[in-house]
Design a protein around this ligand. Structure first.
Ligand code: ATP
Ligand code: MG
Length: 332
């Protein structure tokens, strides 16, 4: 049986948060450790340009993110890690895919609408509107069939499927039909109660936050406004902290639900219970991080190696695509 190809990436915008972890990264690791899958992981540095033109930190951020990925369990020997910008085939396939999707379809992309609202974007640049076509190229260059992502990415995978079908109809079967794979927490809420934990909204717990920081951040988080002190009956369904209990402390959620409603459990205790669980999950990641931080040259070598391997796969796919289009190298 052929292993199923897994492709997923993230934008290098600094250190990762627990939303990235439970929403996607943890699934990457699970798939990697299953023999039925074969992973590729992309550092989406071109995608980072959609919302930030300042590239002065992009290289450092890419290394920082690689450290987070490896610390979380990605094994770069099994799963190549590479920067999008170093594999020129992404740009080439993106150009072709740009012909296979309408502007109208891209304007309806709900994730774009969310970003325009959240980041207060006044004028959308062409590259931001078109980035699902670049993402389609990211996935399909590696013939990705399984795309483990958070909920906000599902519309992009749908556009990718449409583009793959259009290409195949015109030029022959080159690309698979990729499917998104959602995790136990496809959209982790931010510490401020915002719909999405997000770097740009400043409402995150970082994967690299030490235990005291996690506790401090949670202590400040808002809970049910009707529950002012211990003894007041609370409503878990409107409480941010309860939504974290469900993700990080699933064994105890039933008891916590009952004790919150009855008033037996106060918010301060409830917060420290989930903080302890989050810290348990982060402890081994923080430990592995230390080693990698001490040898950044090794991390850079890992990316250089991943880029060589990714380039080979990408060029093999691109050759098929060019041949299908009768735009391949000339034979004599
Ligand atoms: P940020 O807004 O913090 O920069 P992002 O969404 O821009 O995050 P991406 O690089 O676009 O980060 O996404 C990385 C992956 O992590 C995607 O699969 C995305 O769906 C997932 N993800 C990001 N934030 C969350 C979250 N709060 N809950 C679940 N998954 C998330
Ligand atoms: Mg990001």
């Amino acid at each position: 049986m052929n292993a199923k190809r897994v492709l997923s990436g993230m934008r290098p915008s600094g250190k990762l948060h627990i939303g990235h972890y439970v929403g996607a990264l943890q699934n990457w690791v699970a798939l990697q450790n299953d023999d039925g899958y074969d992973n590729y992981h992309l550092i989406a540095d071109y995608h980072a340009l959609t919302t930030n033109l300042d590239t002065s930190n992009v290289e450092e951020d890419s290394i920082e993110m690689t450290i987070d990925w490896i610390a979380a369990g990605i094994d770069p020997e099994k799963s190549p890690i590479f920067r999008q910008s170093q594999i020129k085939q992404h740009a080439e396939l993106y150009l072709i895919f740009g012909m296979l999707v309408t502007a109208n379809r891209l304007e309806r992309n709900p994730t774009l609408k969310d970003q325009i609202r959240d980041l207060n974007i006044k004028q959308v640049v062409f590259g931001h509107l078109g980035y699902p076509a670049l993402q389609a190229a990211d996935i399909l260059l590696y013939k990705g069939e399984c795309v483990p992502v958070g909920e906000d990415q599902v519309p992009h995978v749908e556009i990718t499927r449409e583009i793959a079908r259009r290409f195949n109809n015109h030029y022959g079967e080159v690309f698979p039909d990729p499917e998104p794979l959602l995790s136990r927490a496809p959209r982790l809420v931010g510490l401020d109660g915002d719909a999405k934990m997000s770097k740009s909204l400043n409402n995150t717990v970082l994967l690299s936050d030490p235990p005291e920081t996690v506790e401090k951040k949670l202590r400040k988080a808002k809970t049910d406004p009707q529950k002012v002190r211990k003894g007041d009956p609370g409503r878990p369904d409107v409480c941010l902290i309860y939504s974290y209990q469900k993700v990080f402390n699933s064994d105890e959620t039933e008891a916590i639900d009952a004790d919150c409603r009855s008033g037996a459990l106060g918010c301060a205790d409830c917060k420290m219970r989930v903080a302890a669980k989050i810290n348990d999950e982060l402890a081994p990641i923080i430990e592995r991080r230390k080693e990698l931080e001490a040898d950044r040259e090794k991390v850079r070598r890992i990316v250089i190696d991943g880029e060589a391997r990714a380039r080979e796969t990408a060029e093999a796919t691109m050759r098929e695509a060019r041949d299908g289009m009768k735009m391949g190298a000339l034979d004599v």
